[in-house]
Ligand binder design. Structure first.
Ligand code: SF4
Length: 476
């Protein structure tokens, strides 16, 4: 869960600045300022970016703090009870600090709860109701007529660093996993037009994005709702389908990662694109468990008994593919045998990156009523065991990279050490931002004095620990 507060607009373009010769300058009154607190997952972050992009194009300025804001937007997360509590705390803080607060996001469908606790909230709108939230801001703090509308950078306002961008391809989900309430909040799958997605990707690349992160609730299902309707893209017909999307994005010459992929059969078709270097050799597949019994109780999509064999086949085609996943331990009914099955499966699957969670009942989720609740201390013990197992696999996999030369994307330039040498923080193709590891670089500026975030350079890997790599630039 992350809280992002906007510190500054993406470029210095405050309305009110005068352009041209002094006697011709038109003075605008100061633009109303919006503060934003954005909570939740990357999908919510993309929503925040869209809202801010629209508001900026409507002539609003951004406030870095509560005090300077005419109105504060809180984009909430309602995925887990703990996330809801965090959202309510954020609303309370914004009211205490500023007083003029609009709530949006996943908790928008609990407007009564929010209004009961914070009657002074100006408006409550739901997830993806961009128009409603923008209208609420207009009402709370009207925009200046004829404000500049061409100040939005080509890629839109972004909360992520300029060199990587999330690309949301659909909303909602057709599945009904028993631990999840997202479909009841966000509804069934609605895919964006593939030409609109690709246009957005092109704009992001033109604006400096070097890495695209494709996100949705279920990337493999992209286009199912529109029967994979074909669209025209640069004179050729492409289907609203994950494989066509992956191929077209692969032509854009930047790193492209696929997140939230379920192992449907057609996923096999994107592996050769990774082997060819068109797509980043990385798949984020939220398996959640391995025991067929637990997966059945979870009602997971893509519950394929042959998935281990497919993982081996993917690695034969693309040996460098990194597979990331997440797992839930302590799901109702999970026995010691089920858990041991999961550990054995992980040993066999040798996944590169793993996140684990203890099962947490979410208000409204079907799984809460399933029999066989696992005691908290057992959940803790299983959590510790899965973390130990996956850390050992990760450490061994990273050790095997020592001595190799790998391309990395620079995220940050460091500060000079005692000897005056400047290093940096980067990521390999196996590391998605925020969730995976890093490659820590030494002596970066000795060989790359002009290095900047977003540059992709070759690095000799010299050392590794459980999650990160360490290295030095391999030539210019
Ligand atoms: S696939 Fe399952 S966990 Fe993911 S959003 Fe859909 S219902 Fe929720």
């Amino acid at each position: 869960m992350s809280v992002i507060r906007i510190n500054h607009p993406t470029r210095d373009s405050a309305p009110g600045k005068s352009y041209g010769r002094a006697h011709m300058a038109t003075k605008f009154p100061p633009a109303p300022k919006v503060g934003m607190v954005s909570l939740g997952c990357p999908k919510a972050l993309v929503d925040s970016e869209r809202i801010l992009t629209k508001l900026r194009s409507d002539g609003y300025a951004m406030s870095p703090d509560y005090a300077g804001a005419d109105v504060v937007l809180v984009n909430t997360c309602g995925f887990l009870d703990s996330a809801k509590e965090e959202s309510l705390e954020a609303i309370g803080e914004a009211i205490a600090e500023n007083g003029r607060v609009i709530v949006t996001g996943c908790m928008g469908n609990e407007a009564d709860l929010i209004r009961e606790r914070f009657p002074q909230v100006l408006a409550v709108t739901g997830a993806h109701q961009y128009e409603a939230v923008v209208n609420a801001v207009h009402e709370a703090s009207p925009p200046i007529p004829n404000a500049f509308v061409d100040l939005v950078p080509e890629g839109g306002l972004k909360l992520t660093p300029r060199h990587y961008s999330y690309l949301k391809i659909s909303e909602g989900c057709n599945h009904r996993c028993t631990f999840c309430i997202i479909p009841s909040i966000r509804g069934d799958l609605v895919s964006r037009r593939i030409d609109a997605v690709l246009r957005e990707a092109e704009k992001l690349v033109a604006a400096g994005t070097k890495e695209l992160l494709v996100i949705s609730q279920d990337t493999s299902a992209y286009g199912v709702d529109v029967r994979h309707e074909p669209r025209n893209w640069h004179g050729r017909e492409i289907r609203t389908h994950m494989t066509d999307l992956a191929s077209a994005l692969g032509d854009m010459g930047v790193w492209t990662r696929l997140h939230y992929v379920y192992p449907y059969p057609h996923v096999d078709q994107v592996i050769p694109l990774m082997a060819e270097g068109k797509l980043t050799p990385y798949l984020d597949i939220p398996f959640q468990h391995a025991s067929p019994k637990v997966l059945k109780a979870m009602k997971r999509p893509g519950n394929d008994a042959k998935v281990l064999a497919r993982i081996h086949k993917w690695r034969d085609i693309c040996p460098d593919i990194a597979i990331r996943s997440s797992f839930v331990v302590g799901f109702p009914g999970e026995t010691e045998e089920d858990f041991q099955y999961l550990l054995d499966w992980l040993e066999e699957a040798q996944l590169d990156r793993v996140g684990a969670f203890r099962f947490e009942p979410v208000e409204g989720a079907v799984a809460n009523d399933l029999p066989g609740a696992v005691p908290e201390e057992v959940k803790e013990e299983r959590y510790a065991r899965i973390m130990e197992k996956t850390a050992a696999i990760s450490a061994a996999k990273l050790q095997a990279k020592i001595g190799r030369i790998l391309p990395v994307i620079i995220d940050e330039i460091g500060e000079a050490d005692e000897e005056g040498s400047i290093g940096g923080t980067a990521r390999s193709q196996a590391d998605a931002p925020e969730i995976d590891g890093n490659v820590f670089l030494r002596d970066l500026q000795d060989s790359h004095p002009d290095a900047k975030p977003g540059d992709i350079i070759n690095v000799l890997i010299e050392d590794a620990d459980e999650h990160d790599l360490f290295g030095a630039p391999a030539g210019k």
